[in-house]
Design a protein around this ligand. Structure first.
Ligand code: SF4
Length: 251
């Protein structure tokens, strides 16, 4: 019999996990989550962006078969797609999923591929939020590479947090830019090729610019607009997930 897991139960669980394990080092958080807390019911969402190699390398040390979910928006830099293939091969990850927007949504709402120029929130919804909800629906938890230092909007980011009836884990939440650089150097990890051109947070090509010294890492995302997040980390995802059963496997 499937036990009903309600949002309040998971919110309490996430708070308890944060209180007990929120100060662990990233590798310990990942090992705890993958091997003990959410065994075979956990995935990692990766953008294959500027810092993605760090957490993927840690996960590869623990379990190369951990599902890796990549939102293939159709708007990435070609360099990101090449970097994704390179990292997957070098780290030996064996279960990587490209998550595409629904064909019907593209046909109905973005037939010319220019929606990002007229309605960025809607473009992010059909290319990221809805696909993300579909992607994480089969799992009880997923990991992200978000860090507190990346933006003023992320300074209170916890390691464990509830998203509806699921748990989102941010193992690198407390790490600094220096921590990431040191880890990359120690393990000789390849950088995203656009980092050398001043890109410090890398998303879709139409909405990403390089940043200047002293700016937030994410200042180049949707630069010139009020938008700071695509929505996959905001309430839109919770709303979308609330329509999908925990046992839904429509990946
Ligand atoms: S980041 Fe830009 S191109 Fe990518 S989904 Fe959002 S609005 Fe569209």
């Amino acid at each position: 019999m499937q036990l009903e897991i309600n949002d309040q139960t998971v919110a309490d669980e996430a708070r308890a996990l944060q209180a007990r394990y929120g100060n662990l080092e990233p590798m310990d958080v990942i090992e705890l989550a993958v091997d003990h807390l959410f065994n075979e019911e956990i995935a990692v969402v990766s953008s294959f962006g500027a810092d993605s190699a760090v957490m993927l390398h840690m996960i590869a040390q623990i379990d190369r078969a951990t599902p890796v979910l990549f939102l293939e928006t159709g708007k990435h830099f070609p360099a990101t797609l090449r970097y994704r293939d390179q990292l997957i091969a070098e780290l030996g990850m064996t279960d990587v999923h490209d998550i595409h927007p629904l064909k019907q949504s593209l046909k109905d709402e973005d037939p010319f591929g220019a929606l990002s120029m007229t309605n960025k929130d809607r473009c992010c919804y059909i290319r990221k939020v809805e696909p993300m909800a579909r992607a994480v629906a089969p799992y009880r938890a997923w990991m992200t590479g978000r860090k507190q230092f990346q933006a003023s909007t992320r300074t209170a980011l916890p390691v464990f947090e509830a998203v509806g009836a699921r748990v989102r884990i941010n193992p690198l939440a407390h790490w600094t830019s220096a921590d990431l650089k040191a880890y990359m150097a120690e393990h000789d990890l390849p950088p995203h090729p656009l980092v050398a051109e001043g890109y410090r947070s890398i998303g879709c090509m139409p909405c990403t610019l390089p940043v200047k010294d002293g700016e937030d890492d994410r200042a180049g995302r949707w630069a010139g607009s009020d938008k700071t997040e695509c929505g996959i980390h905001l309430t839109g995802l919770t709303d979308e997930l609330s329509n999908i059963s925990l046992t839904d496997s429509s990946l």
